[in-house]
Design a protein around this ligand. Structure first.
Ligand SMILES: [Zn+2]
Length: 351
């Protein structure tokens, strides 16, 4: 596959794409943006770090560089009193992502998301939301994106409005639309996700699916239904948290000790193990997920696993775990009995 292959070329004939999302959570964790508003202010303050994170995700296997404009829209910038910096923030984020994508042969994606103000049955409100999409789409197209991702819509109507806006203002760039489960197995406007995805497919989305909200255990049953219903490539990018039937989304998880909502402060107590991410990626492959990755909570050690299960060998695979070199748990012929047997026994004894 050539470095300049388009989104559709890469996904044709069962092709796959590994995609790292999760910039907001990772920069919040590192202390460069605030939980709550979750606005990508780091793009303005520390563009160098944004570039590094793009590079790190590519190093770990991401085949897309997603411009960090998630929640970089008019409503969120108004919320934090930085609306005047909306355009410059978007353009900066796009130029950083483009630079990394073009130098690494990865795809360069624009990014729009839920407006947080959408109201169904309110045409005036929808005009306002469309205007928010329009400005971000036009900046992305001007920057030369390969496609635009519209993501984390829990309301089908808003997802469709995003798709229609990309078609209307996107000058032909493909649209990837992923919805987020806010709790139930239905969109907020009460449509089964597979039906919502089918309607997005029929309306011209190049890829449809789910991201965010649910963890691997609770997103996969929905993905199976979407695979059965949709013909276009499907996307699955859950959050790497241990959701369950009782707690299907990261927002519903509660802290084990206090019983309080874990989102977002105490989510680290629910992070998936690497083995769980490995199982997740294997199941995605079996189901026929073409566009695969992780959302909020993602980090490079996870995306490398997904990439490897999907048959890739990213540069970071050079450092994938090899416990045969561990002095206690490794190859017994390489180390003395003192460490590989006596000390291992000792670690068990103190448990
Ligand atoms: Zn997310």
């Amino acid at each position: 596959m050539s470095n300049s292959a388009s989104l559709q070329e890469r996904l044709a004939n069962g092709g796959t794409l590994v995609v790292a999302e999760g910039y907001v959570f990772e920069f919040e964790r590192r202390g460069y943006l605030q939980a709550g508003a979750f606005v990508p202010e780091v793009v303005i303050e520390r563009p160098d770090l944004v570039k590094l994170m793009h590079e790190e995700f590519v190093h770990a296997g991401s085949e897309v560089v997603l411009a960090f404009t998630y929640y970089g829209h008019r409503e969120k910038l108004r919320l934090i009193g930085r609306e005047s910096e909306l355009e410059s923030m978007n353009k900066r984020a796009l130029s950083i992502a483009k630079e990394v994508a073009r130098s690494t042969g990865t795809l360069f994606a624009g990014n729009i998301c839920n407006s947080t103000i959408y109201r169904r049955d309110d045409p005036e409100n929808q005009k306002q939301v469309e205007a928010m999409f329009k400005e971000q789409i036009e900046w992305a197209v001007d920057a030369g994106v390969d496609y635009i991702l519209g993501e984390t819509f829990s309301e089908f109507g808003e997802a469709m409005l995003a798709l229609q806006s990309i078609k209307k203002y996107g000058k032909g760039v493909p649209a990837v639309i992923t919805m987020a489960s806010a709790g139930q197995e239905l969109t907020f406007d009460r449509i089964p996700f597979e039906d919502a995805c089918k309607q997005l497919e029929d309306a011209g989305a190049a890829v449809v699916g789910l991201n965010c909200g649910r963890g691997p255990a609770t997103i996969l049953p929905l993905m199976k239904k979407i695979r059965q219903t949709c013909k276009v490539p499907i996307a699955c990018l859950p959050v790497p948290y241990q959701t369950s039937e009782q707690y299907p989304t990261m927002q519903s998880l509660v802290d084990k000790e206090t019983g309080k909502q874990a989102f977002p402060y105490d989510l680290p107590g629910h992070t998936c193990t690497r083995s769980q991410i490995e199982e997740f990626a294997k199941t995605c492959k079996e189901i026929g997920v073409n566009y695969v990755g992780l959302c909020c909570g993602n980090a490079s050690h996870y995306i490398r696993i997904v990439a490897e299960i999907y048959g890739r060998k990213p540069p970071a695979s050079r450092y994938s775990p090899d416990m045969s070199r561990h002095y206690m748990f490794g190859d017994k012929s390489q180390f003395s009995k003192y460490t590989t047997e006596d000390m291992v026994e000792f670690t068990k004894a103190v448990q």
